[in-house]
Design a protein around this ligand. Structure first.
Ligand code: PMT
Length: 494
């Protein structure tokens, strides 16, 4: 073994220190002894092979240098320079992270591994380092790491931070912003895209806490890859199984290929929504309340927060639809990649919807005020002197926007309304669908003490169509939006 030649081939002493996770004195010792410790040999072998050297496996003798034309490392070919920080969390699916690393490299990525303490119960940093040809980082407080790289630099050096597997515990910590190890600290410090491939037992996946963490992370822009349904490691069958490494690698690379750098991406249930049949389709979504003035300072309103309508707009936009979101006043942030039209009254919302037509699909999730004040006072109305005297406001009906869209000459192919009912949900919503002429009604029971739906992050609904009723369990509004989008996709591809 010519250790000096190996050090030169791999970029110098500092590079070898990083690769083997050792300090400068260790390298001096190796040079004095003239050979490497056994544990270092597979790492060095993998790193040299990756650079294109031909090496004799038993004594690491360099037999041939990389071809002159390939001055770049081999893994920089297809997606030149794309760096992925692969965080491995502690779950049984951790072993699949190794295969994911291999697949990413085959797709041309430069992979650096980071492992949590839990992950080390399943695989070793050595195996990940050997596979990637890069040092695997596992400690926030390693003096060597901090001196050489530093967690902030590590977090910033990547084009994508990919978590495989994302366990329930890891997602909970990430959602809470806890930074008690290197992996979670990187998540807070990174400015790169973040993707996670969840993996867990079906019951853990179905738990409201996990659903909440998943939905919140996704709302914050984390790209989710899976999970899918199938056999899980614990022997149970159901949703929670991690996507296959090849699918994770392909989805991850899509996130950092130039044509997708600006598009919001989300891959759920193993599907890439970039290929959604909704891509390019023009969809109108109404959201939030309308506010009807009484006088200069007072108004009639309702408790709609816009959470449901905005979640639908966000989901459809992520699937590539051309979304026009027409909303009354809300505090919700405008979702990425939607055209936002802000209105106040029902009349303004109707005018905005008419202007947005023609469209292929319309979804009316807004809580439009049914009435407005017949004559709006241009002064603040005065309270009568008599403390017993009542006050009567004359109201007139607002236009019905959903009914207008359903009967328009340029009617969208699919018109979807919502029905907010406090009782007799199915009967009232069924009648509403017929009366307003829409294709589907999403009926939700509102005003409950436990969960009012208005303003909540949760919703429970049923989809009523000419074909029957599909009852959905209670879920996050973001998940309801996904489920609705799935149904719409199925409808438009029929
Ligand atoms: O905004 P959130 O806090 O997230 O709450 C979500 C929600 C409860 C507002 C939402 O899920 C919902 O149910 N939206 C419809 C509320 C409503 O006004 O329902 P409705 O039953 O009164 O109206 C039936 C349908 O006709 C709705 O699609 C509504 O947008 C539409 N409508 C109603 C009156 C009107 N003048 N014009 C309309 O277009």
């Amino acid at each position: 073994m010519n250790l000096s030649a190996i050090i030169t081939a791999l970029g110098g002493r500092h590079a070898i220190q990083q690769l083997l996770n050792v300090g400068p004195s260790a390298i001096s010792n190796y040079l004095t002894r003239g050979h490497l410790p056994e544990r270092a040999k597979p790492i060095i072998y993998a790193a040299l092979t990756k650079k294109g050297y031909q090496i004799r496996a038993d004594d690491l003798e360099i037999l041939a240098c990389p071809p002159a034309t390939s001055s770049q490392p081999l893994h920089h070919d297809t997606h030149s320079g794309k760096r992925i920080l692969l965080i491995v969390a502690g779950g049984i699916a951790a072993y699949k992270a190794l295969e994911t690393a291999r697949q990413l490299q085959q797709l041309g990525a430069h992979v650096t591994g980071v492992m949590t303490d839990g992950a080390k119960q399943f695989i070793t940093p050595l195996s990940l380092a050997a596979l990637t040809g890069e040092k695997c980082y596992d400690s926030l407080f390693s003096l060597t790491d901090e001196a050489e790289m530093g967690h902030i630099r590590l977090a910033r050096s990547a084009d994508l931070v990919l978590v495989v597997p994302a366990t329930a515990n890891f997602m909970a910590r990430a959602n809470a912003g806890i930074a008690d190890d290197l992996a979670t600290t990187i998540l807070l410090a990174t400015t790169a895209k973040v993707a996670m491939a969840p993996a867990m037992n079906p019951a853990m996946w179905a738990h409201a806490a996990t659903k909440h963490n998943f939905a919140t992370l996704r709302q914050r822009g984390v790209h989710m890859i899976g999970p899918v349904s199938g056999d899980t490691a614990c022997g149970e069958e159901g949703e929670g199984r991690m996507c296959e490494p090849a699918d994770i690698a392909a989805a991850a690379m899509q996130l950092i290929t130039p044509q997708n750098m600006t598009n919001a991406q989300d891959i759920t249930n193993g599907r890439n929504h970039n290929k959604s049949p909704l891509a390019g389709k023009r969809i109108i979504v109404t959201s939030g309340p309308t506010i009807e003035p009484i006088d200069k300072v007072r108004f009639i309103a309702n408790r709609s927060s816009g959470k449901q309508g905005h979640a639908i707009a966000a989901t459809l936009a992520k699937r590539g639809a051309d979304v026009i979101l027409i909303s009354g006043p809300v505090n919700e942030p405008t979702p990425d990649q939607v055209t936002m039209v802000q209105v106040t009254t029902a009349s303004e919302m109707l005018a905005a919807c008419k202007a947005a037509l023609p469209a292929e699909i319309a979804i009316c999730a807004a809580a439009v005020a049914d009435w407005r004040v017949q004559s709006i006072s241009d002064q603040k109305l005065k309270k009568p002197e008599d403390p017993e005297a009542g006050m009567t406001l004359a109201l007139c009906q607002n236009p019905d926007i959903l009914a207008h869209i359903s009967s328009a000459s340029n009617r969208p192919k699919l018109v979807i309304g919502f029905a907010a009912e406090t009782k007799n949900l199915l009967q009232n919503a069924t009648k509403k669908r017929q009366r307003k002429g829409c294709d589907w009604i999403i009926a939700n029971q509102v005003g409950g003490d436990a969960d009012p739906v208005f303003g909540s992050t949760l919703n429970q609904a049923m989809l009523i169509s000419a074909n029957g009723v599909d009852e959905w369990p209670q879920m996050q509004k973001a998940d309801l939006a996904e489920r609705l989008a799935d149904h719409i996709e199925a409808e438009v591809t029929r």
